[in-house]
Design a protein around this ligand. Structure first.
Ligand code: SF4
Ligand code: MG
Length: 311
């Protein structure tokens, strides 16, 4: 309650969550979105404080369950645009089963994965996206496993319809991909590589200082980048977001790290539309239809003529 009333983010100074908040608030301003037409849903983690700072409808949910809650909101209020803010632990660990099926259902919502590669709220434990060898409170000798890649996982699920990536230190791209995700009809998955200066202060330093370590994906009919940005980031590549094989190939890169829209398919139907089209008829219609069918075949004996008891 205190968080909601103050409206001042409680994230650490320099935390990448602030960049995502700024991009989303700019989107709301640019698109003139009415607060009563938006719902922000989150699970548990640092990023999950997000709904408190939006002054729209919001649901700060339970760990790993942001997506099913968001689906419920969408089913009950299809007129709302639903945003989900989830972390790498929230989405890719405890919430992984929900994540896969939410992609398959392809409901119309914008999902932002704040991937800081660690559990920050609980003071540094490895998450599924932590790099191999990371020393943490749960892995004092370094983590043994290779990191899970949320982009390749999403791109491997049936009905995937939108996948994009941005890094929190390039605000223009964060805003551009979230805006494109907002306009895509379907489950729009945006992974933000997010810095956690509290627990992983040096992790992205090389990428911050060398623009060659970032790959700007250029799209013929997708997002455009400003001249200023293109002047700094000269490592650019024309990319067709309809090519899922290329998207999967690019998604595996970390050096340089690709930013922009990796994949988009506007033809995948949304679950809410399929459901609406296939909705069973109300019971009265079923009954009257059934009676009409029965009338064709049933000849009720005339009780008076036959002298028989009334059926
Ligand atoms: Fe951000 Fe890390 Fe602080 Fe959490 S712990 S608010 S992720 S900097
Ligand atoms: Mg995290």
């Amino acid at each position: 309650l205190e968080d909601y009333q103050s409206g001042v983010p409680r994230w650490c100074s320099g935390c990448g969550d602030n960049a995502v908040l700024a991009a989303v608030q700019r989107l709301c301003r640019d698109e003139n979105l009415r607060p009563e037409k938006l719902a922000f849903v989150s699970g548990i983690g640092c990023a999950s404080r997000f709904p408190h700072y939006m002054r729209t409808y919001g649901f700060h949910g339970i760990h790993g369950r942001a997506l099913p809650i968001a689906e419920g909101v969408k089913m009950a209020r299809p007129d709302l645009h639903v945003f989900v803010n989830t972390g790498d632990g929230d989405c890719c660990s405890i919430g992984a089963a929900h994540w896969l099926h939410a992609i398959r259902y392809n409901m119309n919502m914008t999902v932002v994965l704040h991937d800081n590669h660690v559990y920050g709220l609980t003071k540094m434990q490895v998450s599924p996206t932590s790099p191999k060898g990371l020393r943490s409170n749960t892995t004092p000798h370094g983590s043994y496993l290779d990191a899970l890649n949320p982009l390749t996982v999403t791109l491997g699920v049936t009905n995937v319809s939108f996948v994009a990536q941005a890094v929190d230190w390039i605000p223009e791209v964060v805003h551009a991909v979230i805006q494109a995700a907002f306009h895509h009809k379907g489950f729009s998955f945006v992974r933000i590589i997010q810095r956690c200066p509290e627990f992983l202060p040096k992790m992205w330093e090389p990428w911050l200082h060398d623009p060659q370590k970032t790959l700007l994906l250029e799209h013929q009919d997708g997002i455009g980048y400003s001249a200023g940005l293109q002047k700094i980031y000269k490592n650019r590549q024309a990319h067709d977001p309809a090519d899922i094989h290329k998207a999967r190939e690019i998604a595996s890169c970390i050096d340089p790290i690709p930013v922009g829209i990796l994949y988009r398919d506007d033809s995948v139907p949304c679950y809410e539309d399929i459901r609406e089209a296939g909705k069973p008829r109300p019971i009265e219609m079923v009954r009257s239809g059934l009676e009409a069918e029965l009338d064709k075949f049933t000849v009720w004996p005339d009780a008076a003529d036959a002298g028989a008891p009334t059926p």
